[in-house]
Design a protein. Structure first.
Length: 405
C-alpha cells in the first residue's frame, strides 16, 4: 500500500488542528478505508471518504513533539466481497461542531492493495498513521483495546531473550472458549505429568469447523515417517473453503498474460484480471505480468510502469507466426483497417452504356466540361454489391477484454 502524497489535511481538519494549538483537545475517533476513485473535487473539501467500506477502531496512540502515531488493526473477518483498498481517512471529534470530522485523507490510486474476502484468504494488517498535530496541548484517541493484537516487537519488553532470566509472571486470562489462551494451572489439569505417560491431553473427536483432531485421527490421514507410499488425502470437492490438490489447482489456473473476454461490463470482485484498456500500471505491483509481457504493448513511463494491451474497439487476429497468411507481422503489433478491392466495368457508346459490378448507367446528358457533345453519366456505388458503413468490419459482438496478472 503506497500513499505517495501522504495524507492531506481537509479544511475541517486544518481548522481543528489550529484550535488544538490554542487549547482545544484533539481527540481522534477512528479510521476509515474504502475503494473510491478520486474525481475533480479537491481533497481539502472532503467530509467523508468517496466510498467507505470498513471502519477501524483505534488501538494504539503515541504522541511526539509535533506529531502523533495512530495505530489500527485491519482484518478481513467481516469482509464478504474483496476490494482494492484505495482510500484511507483519519477521523477526529470537533467539540465546536459537536460532531466527528474527516481530519486527513489519502488515496493510493493504482498502487492499491487488494483486500480479499475472508473465505478466500485470511488477512491481518497492522497499520500506523503518522498525523501532524502541531503544538496541540492535548492529543487523545478513543481506543478499543478488544480490537488489539500484538506482534513480535510489542513483546520485546515482556518476554525473555536467549540467556535472560525471567523475573516476573506472564499473566494469561482464565477463559478457554473460542481461541482464548489458558494459564498454567488450567493446562496442568489436562497435560501429562513429567515422566508419566498415563496422562494425556484430551482432544474432542469431532473434526468439523475448527475442532482439533486426536493423534489416532491424524495418523489415519498422515504419511508414515520414511514412507512415500502414504499421502495426506484431500477431498476432490472445491466448494466453500475445501482444500484442493496441487494437480487440481494447476489444471484450472489461468496463465499470467492470458486474455479473456467476459460477458459483463465491469470486472467482478476477487478476480486477478485487469481491463485491456492500454493503461500504464506499476511494474512492482504487477511484477508477474511484467515478467511475461514486458514492454511489448508500451514502456509506460520507462522505469516504474508498463502498458497493457488496449483492445477497446479492436478485433483480435491470430499471430501469423510464419504461416504465410498475414506475412511479416510482428507479435503484438497493430494493423490498420483495409478494404478488399471492388471492381467493375462499363462499355459506352453515344447513347447507350453497358455496366457491371459497382458501376451503373445514370442517364444521358451533356459532358461535365459544358460542351454540347452527347455523353453518358456513369456512377460508382459499392453499396449496390456489398454492405457498407463508415468503417470496414466483420460481424461482431461487443464484450470486455481482460488480461490476467
Amino acid at each position: 500500500m503506497a500513499f505517495n502524497d501522504g495524507l492531506i489535511f481537509t479544511d475541517l481538519g486544518l481548522a481543528l488542528q489550529a484550535k488544538a494549538e490554542i487549547g482545544t483537545e484533539l481527540s481522534f475517533t477512528r479510521v476509515g478505508i474504502g475503494d473510491g476513485e478520486l474525481g475533480t473535487v479537491p481533497i481539502e473539501s472532503f467530509t467523508n471518504l468517496v466510498n467507505e467500506l470498513v471502519s477501524l477502531d483505534i488501538v494504539r496512540l503515541n504522541t511526539y513533539e509535533n506529531s502523533a502515531t495512530i495505530g489500527v488493526n485491519l482484518t478481513n473477518e467481516s469482509i464478504e466481497t474483496g476490494f482494492y483498498w484505495k482510500e484511507l481517512g483519519l477521523f477526529a471529534y470537533d467539540p465546536d461542531l459537536d460532531q466527528e470530522i474527516l481530519y486527513c485523507y489519502g488515496n493510493a490510486g493504482e498502487f492499491a492493495d487488494y483486500i480479499a474476502a475472508y473465505e478466500d484468504e485470511i488477512i491481518e494488517k497492522r497499520i500506523n498513521i503518522l498525523a501532524i498535530v502541531g503544538n496541540a496541548t492535548s492529543v487523545t484517541a478513543i481506543i478499543n483495546e478488544s480490537a488489539a493484537f500484538v506482534v513480535y516487537p510489542d513483546l520485546d519488553d515482556y518476554v525473555q531473550k536467549a540467556g535472560d532470566t525471567m523475573t516476573g509472571n506472564l499473566i494469561i486470562p482464565e477463559g478457554t472458549s473460542a481461541n482464548h489462551a489458558v494459564n498454567k494451572s488450567q493446562l496442568d489439569t489436562k497435560a501429562a505429568t513429567a515422566g508419566s505417560s498415563s496422562q494425556t491431553f484430551s482432544v474432542a473427536s469431532g473434526t468439523s469447523a475448527n475442532h482439533a483432531v486426536t493423534k489416532a485421527q491424524l495418523d489415519t490421514k498422515a504419511a508414515t515417517a520414511g514412507s512415500s507410499s502414504q499421502v495426506f488425502s484431500v477431498a476432490t470437492g472445491t466448494s466453500a473453503n475445501h482444500a484442493v490438490t496441487k494437480a487440481q489447482l494447476d489444471d484450472n489456473r489461468l496463465p499470467v498474460g492470458s486474455v479473456v473476454w467476459i460477458a459483463v461490463s465491469s470486472i467482478p470482485a476477487g478476480h486477478r484480471i485487469l481491463k485491456c484498456n492500454g493503461a500504464a500500471i506499476s511494474r512492482a505491483t504487477y511484477a508477474d505480468l511484467f515478467t511475461v509481457i514486458g514492454t511489448t504493448f508500451g514502456v509506460g513511463n520507462g522505469s516504474t510502469t508498463f502498458n497493457i494491451p488496449d483492445l477497446r474497439g479492436e478485433f483480435v487476429r491470430g499471430w501469423d507466426n510464419s504461416r504465410g497468411i498475414d506475412s511479416g507481422r510482428v507479435f503484438g503489433s497493430s494493423q490498420a483497417d483495409a478494404l478488399q478491392n471492388i471492381t467493375g466495368s462499363f462499355y459506352s457508346g453515344s447513347y447507350t452504356a453497358t455496366t457491371t459490378g459497382a458501376f451503373s448507367d445514370a442517364s444521358g446528358g451533356s459532358r461535365p466540361d459544358g460542351s454540347n457533345e452527347t455523353a453518358r453519366k456513369i456512377t460508382f456505388d459499392a453499396s449496390t454489391v456489398a454492405r457498407t458503413s463508415t468503417e470496414t468490419r466483420p460481424r461482431n459482438i461487443a464484450l470486455l477484454a481482460c488480461i490476467r496478472y
